[in-house]
Design a protein around this ligand. Structure first.
Ligand SMILES: Nc1ncnc2c1ncn2[C@@H]1O[C@H](COP(=O)(O)OP(=O)(O)O)[C@@H](O)[C@H]1O
Ligand SMILES: Cc1cn([C@H]2C[C@H](O)[C@@H](COP(=O)(O)OP(=O)(O)O)O2)c(=O)[nH]c1=O
Length: 206
């Protein structure tokens, strides 16, 4: 998989259903890169901007209609691209995202919106990732981890997460890197670095 080259920075996205370890492993990769002198900008979606906050609130107060979710996630992502992602990439930073438009394909796709049309709408303004690390574990294992983390929210139903996982599995692109995340944290962190080997500073994967 050759790196595009036109871009000074790198856009690395972590995806997967809730509880698969995205936040955990973004942290491991960020430290790994910063220890090697790489400028890292870490962010997540939905953001803490006005649209993102409305979406986060709905996870607790009850989900919005799928049209409202599509509208708000697109607004949140446009603002995120304009104010954070594009400037950081132009500066040559590595942007590590905890979720991006692949989650929209999965979660709003699970509610009946065609994932291909979601992808097309996003790629009109959102840069295609250089790599997506898809952390994959069985839904049952994810639900166990979510359970140990606290209350499930409105996005975290077994049927919904199963449908989401199948959308992630349907994305066949060279930059879509499936990582079996059903192992200990250190082993999963190594698998993530192995999957990103072609991007990481030369010969630095232990
Ligand atoms: N490899 C792992 N094995 C067991 N538990 C893990 C692993 N990675 C993360 N966890 C735990 O699972 C829970 C969800 O991790 P988190 O990084 O918040 O997932 P996500 O951001 O994908 O929802 C947390 O309690 C975390 O400590
Ligand atoms: C980015 C994105 C997230 N989501 C969902 C997935 C999550 O269940 C929910 C909240 O994101 P999440 O990463 O779970 O936030 P937190 O870790 O703080 O709970 O938003 C969508 O439905 N569409 C999207 O485009």
């Amino acid at each position: 998989m050759s790196f595009t080259g036109q871009r000074k920075g790198r856009l690395i996205v972590f995806e997967g259903i809730d509880g698969t370890g995205k936040s955990t492993h973004i942290g491991h990769l960020r430290k790994y890169l910063e220890d090697r002198g790489v400028e890292v900008v870490q962010s997540f979606e939905p953001t803490r901007g006005p649209w993102g906050r409305m979406l986060r609130d709905s996870a607790v107060t009850g989900r919005l209609s799928v049209r409202e979710e599509v509208d708000l996630f697109l607004k949140d992502r446009r603002e995120h691209v304009e104010t954070l992602i594009a400037p950081a990439l132009a500066r040559g930073a590595w942007v590590l995202l905890d979720r991006y438009y692949l989650s929209m394909m999965a979660y709003q796709g699970a509610r009946g919106v065609d994932p291909a049309s979601i992808r097309a709408a996003n790629e009109e303004f959102a840069p295609v990732p250089d790599a997506v690390v898809w952390l994959d574990i069985p839904v049952s294992a994810a639900l166990e981890r979510i359970g140990s983390r606290g209350e499930r929210d409105a996005f975290e139903t077994e049927a919904g997460l199963t449908a989401c996982r199948s959308v992630f599995a349907s994305v066949h692109e060279p930059w879509m890197l499936r990582v079996d995340a059903d192992a200990g944290q250190e082993e999963v962190a190594r698998r993530v670095r192995e999957a990103l080997r072609e991007f990481l500073p030369e010969n630095t994967v232990e």
